[in-house]
Design a binder for this molecule. Structure first.
Ligand code: ADP
Ligand code: ZN
Length: 720
């Protein structure tokens, strides 16, 4: 009798053993259906010696039901799943689930049905149908997806199908993607670019694991260098994965990609519709998808012949996933490349200190692009001390910044103002009784959004209309806004320069590819004078007429003093500063701050990146922080505050005594209430050499908690 050990897709269960029916062909990696109680579960066949399972006598084994018609997960991918689960203290099933990005696709390709408007325009429509007609213009998706998009029930849309307003369309899930041409429009590279490209191309040609850190200033042309490596991989019929932070997955990048390779890449991110997911997943598995451009979740896909991984903007926070499996895609990308035996390129203008240190230690090969492409100068940076250059009351633009903006307007050049805060004001209160609006689900104030006339929580999405009167003291129209958000800065610009054309760029205003395109075109065609934006504007864009960048509040990110506050502030300001002076005209950056001598600000002002890295290195060394020591966090949460507290105490009560490990807490987490759950936290600081994961597993393994309690383990937390 043949036995098979399965990783089943139910995180609460461990691996389980089954009997393999006589004529069924399975091997490690096969994706199968197995019985579990009265239900059926999906599972992956695993090597029995690599996963422990309970002992079940032979006669009790139930037979596997079916092998799905997709190739087995490869050995390197199975090793990656094991590694990730082990390193991040997650269940292997939860990691493996990410590899099966579209379970529907496992059943095969073929066709599916989507719906779109017929173009029929009846004279009279119910309000709901009219709203749906407006919202679904140019859309094609399943009824469920369209209903979500239009904000109406599926019933309304079914009625519209019946009335001939929506029509079915058959979508072929197996239609091939157009093929890229590796030598389409290859540009002439600068000498530095050529050296970088040569190194990558050689690595792709030789094969084998080789990690690179492509450390190039903003505008140095990093993209063109890794495009050359991709061209080589394509010529060898290998697949390429490019990981981008979710917010950089813009039309801008796609346009450049198309210009270079003649076709669009295959996209993989969280907002694909189901037919796109199924089609992309199947093409990734078959090898038909040549280049996949994706957010972090693209990392675990079962590529047929992966030949190169690129992580662009590798320092970005959004590569760190903060719920479910808490992993850092930048780090896992390097591990995947190692298991696959292929090169990996981490590209950044402001690499994380950890990456810099690995490059210095010779683990990564560092390739530097020290100058901007085409001889453009890096912008001149000036610090504006807000204690001296004071803005007027209830205003946030200093006289120095206003003067510089005026100068740009006169010359017909563009300015960009950066403030990483959505909405109109971060805090709203009643001027009569002082009532503040707080989110009922989170430890957070509600943020006023004037454009939508709502108060919103930026953590859980809770929203209410701005009330006419104070809910506490009933005084009408008593709300005062405290502090600025980008909407308020845009108002101030309009107040000062009524003739200026102002574009507000936040995830609230630019929430579709069409709107992003419209903005980029307007900016390129000089139909915008002043851009006011959040971090959404800090990366990727290349506007030659943009010559002034104003950082409204450089101190914002330094408050709260978390582990990476300095690094994050440095990266953000360096990135946004990098938008200035990319064309022929020189750029200028004004940084408004109340702490001009803070090491981060001083290093930015002096244009001295090394000074920043050495100051940061020293402070991390003192704190035992990465890369010198390691941190982990245990987050205990429950909808019941007492239950969460008790569970955290129980964990704290049996803390292990280990020589190289210090444990802090439990204490309420910084967001003590988040999305309706009360949170407590323990922090663990360990020497690099300590067996941190094993210590945590041994510690938590024997403990049992009530149903409503969730325990999250965060290894190498990004911030706390
Ligand atoms: P980075 O990603 O390093 O900030 P980009 O790759 O965005 O820099 O390049 C900056 C600008 O220079 C882009 O507009 C790009 O098209 C242009 N550029 C870079 N390299 C070349 C080249 N070899 N030939 C022509 N234009 C280039
Ligand atoms: Zn909330």
């Amino acid at each position: 009798m043949r036995r098979a050990r399965l990783l089943v897709f139910n995180a609460a269960l461990g691996p389980l053993d089954y009997r393999v029916p006589e004529h069924m062909a399975v091997e490690p990696g096969s994706i199968v259906i197995a019985p579990l109680g009265p239900r059926q579960v999906l599972g992956i066949v695993w090597e029995p010696d690599r996963l422990e399972a309970g002992d079940v006598p032979e006669h009790k084994l139930r037979p596997l039901l079916e092998v799905l018609p997709v190739p087995p997960l490869s050995a390197p991918l199975r090793r990656l799943i094991e590694w990730t689960a082990d390193y991040y203290c997650a269940s292997p099933a939860a990691v493996a689930r990410m590899a099966l990005g579209s379970t529907a696709a496992l059943r095969g390709g073929g066709t599916t049905t989507e719906y779109r408007l017929t173009g029929e325009e009846p004279a009279r429509l119910t309000p709901q149908r009219a709203a749906a007609m407006d919202a679904l213009h140019g859309e094609q998706a399943t009824i469920r997806e369209l209903a979500e998009k239009a904000g109406v029930s599926e019933g309304v849309l079914r009625g519209m199908v019946g009335a001939g307003l929506l029509e079915p369309v058959t979508v072929d899930l197996d239609r091939p993607y157009p093929k890229a041409n590796p030598s389409h429009a290859a540009p002439d590279l600068s000498a530095d670019q050529q050296a970088a490209a040569d190194a990558f191309v050689a690595a792709v040609r030789e094969g084998g694991f080789q990690p690179f850190l492509l450390d190039g200033v903003t505008g140095s042309g990093k993209t063109e260098c890794y495009f050359e490596a991709m061209a080589e991989a394509l010529a060898q019929r290998r697949q390429v994965l490019i990981l981008l932070p979710e917010i950089a997955l813009t039309e801008n990048f796609l346009r450049r990609f198309e210009a270079r390779f003649g076709v669009a890449p295959v996209l993989w991110h969280s907002s694909l519709k189901s037919s796109e997911r199924r089609r992309a997943w199947r093409a990734i598995v078959s090898g038909d998808a040549q280049v996949v451009v994706g957010a972090r979740s693209a990392l675990f896909m079962p590529y047929a012949r992966l030949g190169l991984i690129v992580v662009d903007e590798a320092h970005e926070v959004s590569f760190k996933q903060d719920d479910g499996v808490r992993y850092n895609a930048r780090d896992v990308a390097v591990i995947r490349a190692k298991f696959e035996g292929i090169p990996v390129v981490l590209a950044s203008a402001t690499p994380a200190l950890e990456s810099m240190q690995l490059a210095e230690a010779g683990v990564y090969r560092k390739i530097a692009l020290p100058a901007r492409f085409g001889g453009a100068e890096l912008p001149a940076i000036e610090v504006v001390d807000l204690r001296i250059e004071q803005p007027e009351r209830q205003h946030w633009l200093s006289p120095r910044l206003v003067k510089a903006m005026k100068d740009r307007l006169l010359k017909g050049e563009q300015s960009l103002l950066f403030l990483n805060r959505r909405g109109y004001a971060p805090l709203t209160l009643c001027r009569h009784c002082g009532h503040r609006f707080q989110c009922p689900n989170c430890t957070a104030w509600l943020v006023e959004h004037r454009l939508s006339r709502r108060l919103a929580c930026h953590h859980c999405g809770h929203e209410v209309p701005v009330p006419e009167a104070c809910p506490e003291c009933a005084t009408p129209e008593c709300m005062v806004a405290c502090g600025p958000g980008v909407e308020r800065i845009a108002d101030e610009v309009t107040e000062r320069f009524p003739e200026a054309r102002v574009a507000l760029v936040t995830s609230d205003t630019l929430n579709t590819p069409a709107k992003i395109n419209e903005f980029v075109e307007a900016a390129e065609n000089k139909l915008i004078d002043v851009i006011v934006g959040t971090q959404l504007v800090t990366k990727g864009y290349h506007f030659p007429e943009l010559t002034l960048v104003g950082v409204i509040d450089a101190d914002l990110g330094l408050e709260g003093g978390d582990l990476r506050a300095g690094e994050r502030t440095y990266q953000q300001i360096a990135q946004v500063a990098g938008r200035a002076g990319r064309g022929e005209k020189p750029g200028e950056v004004l940084i408004q701050t109340r702490h001009p001598t803070a090491p981060v600000i001083a290093a930015l002002a002096a244009g001295d990146r090394d000074a920043f890295y050495s100051a940061e290195t020293e402070s991390r060394r003192d704190a035992g922080a990465p890369p010198f020591g390691r941190w982990a966090a245990i987050i205990v949460s429950s909808e019941d505050e007492a239950e969460a507290r008790e569970a955290a105490r129980a964990i704290g009560g049996v803390r292990p005594l280990l020589p190289d490990v210090a444990i802090l807490g439990p204490a309420p987490a910084p967001m003590a209430l988040l999305r309706g759950r009360y949170r407590y936290r323990l922090l663990i600081n360990a020497r690099r050499s300590a067996e941190l994961q094993k210590a945590i597993r041994d510690w938590l393994g024997p403990l049992r908690f009530p149903q409503g309690v969730r325990i999250g383990i965060d290894i190498d937390p990004y911030s706390f």
